[in-house]
Design a protein around this ligand. Structure first.
Ligand code: SAM
Length: 347
């Protein structure tokens, strides 16, 4: 499969899931053959992950494996295309400068799109902590004959990196579900203030919501092919939204970081949200769950269960569920970001 065809298939909203999967598999195979990095989920191969101050930068092999998260890859690629196209309309006099942080070895969210723009239209900066990933991207750019674009490769930590100008578009996907483990929050807090005043940061909004839900029943329904509509579940009393525990937007990320405080364990955490468990029938048949929803750009969104990074995460800190109990929930930032939920004793 040619890269142009792969890009067209991924951008086509009418492509069937099987066609998207085939296009992404073909992309991964091409990239592996040329760049030498073989995708691997790396669940037991942490050796090449980099444990940074603000989260784990997964190994080049694990980053390559992200390509197979079909809906994630397709939606981010469509969003990046829409964002660059919008930026071209906003900034008509200069090439569009794109900073892609955490590009991984295949630069999945941007590389297929480079076939859609003429040389001179874009200035592209690939940034990753892993030199091996940047070396692979450089091989791919050469192989696909994309050197006509002005391209630079930056090996650095995106949580501290200072760019020499204000990019029109910044793309960063360094996250897992519920913003756990990887440094998406810190990357956003560092890079978003460096964006051009009318620029576009991708993703535009990440929301993590604490809910009561019946996870087994939801998974069973999905396996049977039923669509899950959170509003319908809520109306039927099968889900109860408790609180939005974090809304991460590029506009507010740096302020959220400045407001972070040390908790009683000496760990830095964002402003906590307070939650009281409601008195609902059969409360103990529910699970406390964190749902992650991502507005990547405008209508390009990833909702519950649609991708690995928007899968629900069971939140054991609230069990046993008891009506009237008070909790505080906040994102702990630092070397292993994760939500911490603690019970507030009435005394
Ligand atoms: C989840 S993978 C995503 C790879 C690719 N962007 C994609 O969407 O398929 C995250 C990538 O970000 C890189 N990364 C994570 N934290 C980083 C940091 N603080 N600075 C630079 N790169 C980082 C990792 O090395 C990895 O390549």
């Amino acid at each position: 499969m040619k890269l142009e065809y792969i890009a067209d298939t991924l951008l086509n909203e009418a492509s069937a899931p099987a066609d998207l999967r085939a296009a992404l598999n073909a992309f991964a195979q091409l990239c592996s053959d040329v760049g030498g990095v073989v995708p691997d989920p790396s669940f037991d191969a942490w050796a090449d992950d980099s444990l940074l101050n603000n989260g784990v930068a997964i190994s080049p092999e694990a980053a390559a494996h992200c390509v197979t998260d079909t809906q994630r890859s397709a939606v981010f690629i469509r969003a990046a295309h829409a964002a660059i196209t919008t930026a071209k309309q906003r900034f008509t006099t200069s090439p569009i400068e794109v900073l892609y942080a955490g590009c991984g070895p295949f630069a999945t969210l941007l590389l297929p799109l480079l076939t859609k723009f003429n040389p001179g239209e874009l200035v592209v900066h690939f940034l990753d902590i892993h030199q091996r990933s940047l070396d692979s991207v450089a091989l791919l750019i050469g192989h696909f004959d994309l050197q006509g674009h002005r391209i630079s490769y930056i090996q650095d930590d995106a949580c501290h990196y200072q760019h020499s100008s204000n990019p029109h578009v910044i793309i960063a996907e360094t996250m897992q579900k519920s913003l756990e483990q990887e440094p998406q929050f810190a990357v956003t807090a560092n890079l978003a203030p460096q964006l051009h005043a009318r620029g576009i940061f991708i993703p535009q909004r990440i929301e993590v919501a604490l809910c009561l839900a019946k996870l087994e029943a939801e998974r069973a329904a999905l396996q049977q092919g039923d669509a899950l509509d959170p509003n319908a579940l809520q109306a039927a009393g099968e889900r109860h939204a408790l609180a939005t525990v974090l809304c991460l937007t590029p506009e507010h990320a740096a302020t959220l970081k400045q407001q972070a405080r040390q908790n009683s364990h000496g760990l830095l955490e964002l402003n906590p949200i307070h939650v009281t468990l409601p008195a609902i029938t059969d409360l103990n048949t529910f699970d406390a769950v964190l749902f992650t929803r991502i507005q990547v750009f405008e209508q390009h969104r990833l909702l519950d269960y649609e991708s690995e990074i928007t899968l629900p995460l069971r939140c054991s800190g609230l069990t046993p569920l008891q009506a009237g109990d008070h909790y505080r929930a906040s994102l702990q930032i630092g070397s292993y970001p994760k939500f911490s939920v603690t019970r507030i004793c009435d005394s």
